[in-house]
Design a protein around this ligand. Structure first.
Ligand code: 13P
Ligand code: SF4
Length: 321
């Protein structure tokens, strides 16, 4: 009987200690490993920095490493390349995309934008370099409110691509914005009904949620914020139990940073599905090791596109300093 080996199983020697091998390669390459909280715990444990999209962008902008190994999804690694044209940026699995970024194709967005002349375009960082290049300023979930508040009150705004974050920002700022109808497949799967049931089972818990969730879910949250903000809140809160309404990868850091507290992942609508991001979870420790060993897959970008996408990124970093 034949066993089908995965491509990585075929090339990573069985007895190799991946943690040690990655550490050795890190020194050899003068590499830095940047990881998002939605990565597998093993990947988080080898990372030099774990953060939300804003923190990761700041790290990418300031690193003096020669190689950036980006344990996240494609738009994040691409953002690192936009900020670092001379450094090599590696992504463990080139297919690690993002449903939200995919929900905003460049041609359709260009046509949409043309319908609203005179509007400032604010785009959530979860988008492709092409969408960034069509934007005036980029934002993340941790600075979106702050950035919108800096736009003059009489200036009309297009907000793309996440309509749920856009609605949250509108509610926080009192600003009306034209929203591109995109969303994240992971944050849209949470069930309001099951969340309310779970809250009743844990009456002393707090619900902490990411603003990519739908308004019906967010209205049950005691606290709403980016992944880093949720982590900080869980540490600081006197409560002992939290219902976490975002991708459950972050619970690894929550348990490390707030030992003894209990973190319950919020339930999805479907009875069998879980809320792990299928794109983020394409990266594995084996693929990360192979990416460093083979120095690929590498992110590359045409210089003209990079420069066009860089300007709104720099504006974001200035406006959220
Ligand atoms: P933040 O880490 O910026 O909160 O974003 C969450 C996310 O969906 C990343 O893909
Ligand atoms: Fe994209 Fe949603 Fe996955 Fe984040 S969690 S990478 S927004 S699909």
């Amino acid at each position: 009987m034949f066993t089908t080996l995965s491509p990585t199983a075929a090339v990573v020697p069985g007895r190799l200690d991946l943690f040690e091998a990655i550490e050795t390669l890190k020194q050899e390459l003068n590499a830095v490993i940047l990881a998002h909280y939605y990565q597998d715990p093993d990947i988080q444990d080898v990372a030099d920095y774990i953060g939300d999209s804003l923190g990761l962008s700041r790290q990418a902008a300031s690193t003096d490493a020669d190689v950036i190994v980006f344990a996240g999804v494609h738009f994040m690694a691409e953002t690192a390349k936009i900020l670092n044209p001379t450094k090599q940026v590696l992504l463990p699995d080139l297919d690690a995309g993002c449903s939200l970024a995919d929900s905003c194709p460049p041609e359709a967005f260009a046509a949409f934008k043309a319908q609203y002349p005179g509007h400032v375009v604010i785009s959530y960082i979860n988008c492709t370099a092409q969408i960034k290049a069509m934007s005036d300023v980029i934002c993340t979930s941790s600075n979106a409110v702050k950035i919108v508040q800096q736009i003059p009150a009489d200036q009309p705004i297009i907000f793309a691509p996440d309509q749920n974050l856009g609605r949250y920002v509108m509610a926080q700022t009192g600003r009306d914005m034209v929203l591109w109808p995109g969303s994240c497949m992971v944050h849209e799967t949470f069930s309001e009904k099951k969340l309310v049931q779970l809250q009743m089972e844990h009456p002393d818990s707090e619900v902490i949620a990411h603003p990519e969730c739908e308004a019906a879910v967010l209205r049950h949250a005691h606290y709403i914020g980016s992944t880093t903000a949720l982590l900080n809140y869980a540490q600081a809160s006197p409560k002992q139990t939290f219902i976490v309404v975002t991708e459950p990868g972050i619970i690894h850091q929550m348990e490390k940073e707030a030992p003894g507290k209990r973190f319950i992942p919020a339930p999805p609508t479907a009875s069998c599905a879980c809320n792990e991001c299928p794109h983020m979870r394409l990266n594995t420790l084996e693929k990360l090791y192979l990416a460093m060993k083979n120095r690929q897959p590498e992110i590359t970008l045409a210089e003209e596109l990079r420069l066009a996408a860089l300007a709104p990124m720099q504006r974001m970093l200035e406006m959220s300093a």
